[in-house]
Design a protein around this ligand. Structure first.
Ligand code: ATP
Ligand code: MG
Length: 382
């Protein structure tokens, strides 16, 4: 049997990647033209995948531009960031380990990085600094890509995923100022900054009191359109010798509200239980299976919220719009108006709900289905 054509849980940049033509074009052109770009969207709509796709395209086309993607997910201090940044930039600057090893004297004047080759010298090496020296000369690392680019006559595109993690460092305020001051002078380096904590990202880039305000273009990534998902699903079934009619396929993005991760997950489960041709029953069973698989996560989510927050979620699930009206506050036991606005802010900040045209919506469509079943016994497919 062929492998599933649907992928979730890791980024998709080549095989299961679909659509995003306009966004790919725009991001690619920005990065090749030296326009720093920040990518913002709710969780799991496809930021990391889009960046990988664009970098993959650039690597194929343009050998003079060196690209770096660094995931800052597990980086927890400034020193760790600077070491990782230096290592990845050096690694991307050349394919020869001899050049990596000489980078200390070639590209640094005050700092002396300790460099050593990894188990496979062709693919890896480690780098560390003396922390006392690093503290005094961090701008040397922040400026490293520009230094290398100038010396070698190349360009860099540097993509930093989970960028908002930097804001958790001690003394981030000063670090952020210094970083911005260095990076804005770079002529041969373009930055692409993105991350999954939308509110932190927005605060870093959209707050006029912060150093990274107007650092570049902000791209707000939208969802992939419904009709494009339908085509992707029917074609992917066909490629793997199965069938799904468009009218069945369209249920998948519809119940998942075009949410990239969940469309792929539900399409995968459906594909998996389809023998030859998918039926409505297959989609229903797949949906049940998907929600069951995610239930522990959803239960945990509920455990972390207060009773009044839970009640507020119930009101949102019921489509209430006037959350501050007396009827809604009493009917759902939401507490005082102050409670309502505080709880609303918490749920929004934690990416549980968001506001679109004055209406509140769940961000996670499968969590919403689970929630409505749990508290109102609503069927998954109505
Ligand atoms: N262009 C695409 N075509 C098809 N599926 C996609 C696409 N983009 C994203 N996906 C699906 O969505 C999932 C999440 O994508 P990705 O990890 O890129 O999102 P993200 O916005 O970076 O998420 P997070 O906010 O959690 O970092 C992928 O695993 C894949 O299943
Ligand atoms: Mg991501």
């Amino acid at each position: 049997m062929k492998d599933s054509p649907f992928i979730y849980g890791t980024t998709v940049s080549v095989h299961a990647f679909t659509n995003r033509e306009v966004e790919t074009q725009k991001l690619q052109s920005n990065l090749l033209n030296g326009i720093n770009t920040m990518l913002i969207s709710p969780r799991r709509w496809g930021k990391s995948s889009l960046v990988e796709k664009v970098i993959h395209n650039i690597n194929r086309k343009d050998k003079k531009t060196k690209t770096v993607i660094i995931d800052l997910f597990s980086v927890s201090s400034e020193d760790e960031f600077l070491e990782l940044f230096a290592r990845e930039v050096i690694k991307a600057s050349s394919s020869k380990w001899q050049e990596w090893m000489s980078s200390g004297k070639d590209f640094f004047s005050k700092l002396m990085p300790k460099l050593s080759l990894g188990i496979d010298p062709n693919t890896d090496f480690s780098l560390s600094f003396d922390y006392a020296d690093l503290k005094k000369n961090k701008d040397e690392v922040m400026n490293l890509p520009e230094t290398i680019a100038k010396q070698k006559g190349i360009k860099f595109i540097i993509c930093l995923d989970e960028f908002q993690n930097l804001a958790l460092f001690n003394d981030y305020v000063n670090f952020e100022k210094k970083l911005r001051a260095c990076w804005q002078r770079h002529k041969s380096v373009t930055y692409c900054l993105y991350g999954s904590k939308r509110h932190m990202m927005t605060d870093i880039f959209n707050n006029s009191a912060k150093p990274f305000y107007r650092f570049g273009d902000i791209m707000l990534l939208n969802k992939i359109e419904h009709k494009k998902w339908v085509r992707f699903i029917t074609e992917s079934f066909e490629k793997t010798d199965k069938k799904i009619d468009a009218k069945i396929a369209e249920i998948i993005p519809q119940v998942m509200k075009n949410h990239s991760w969940y469309v792929q997950q539900l399409a995968h489960y459906t594909w998996n239980i389809t023998h030859k041709k998918a039926t409505l029953q297959d989609v229903e069973n797949a949906l049940k299976e998907l929600i069951q698989a995610n239930t522990p996560l959803y239960q945990k989510e509920i455990e972390t919220i207060s009773v009044t927050q839970l009640n507020l979620l119930k009101a949102v699930a019921k489509g209430e719009v006037q959350l501050m009206s007396t009827a809604v506050m009493l009917g759902y036991k939401l507490g005082t108006p102050n409670n309502v606005s505080k709880n609303k802010a918490i749920l929004i900040n934690n990416d549980v709900i968001h506001e679109i045209n004055n209406v509140y919506e769940f961000l996670d469509p499968a969590f919403e289905l689970w929630f409505k079943k749990q508290y109102f016994n609503s069927p998954y497919l109505s």
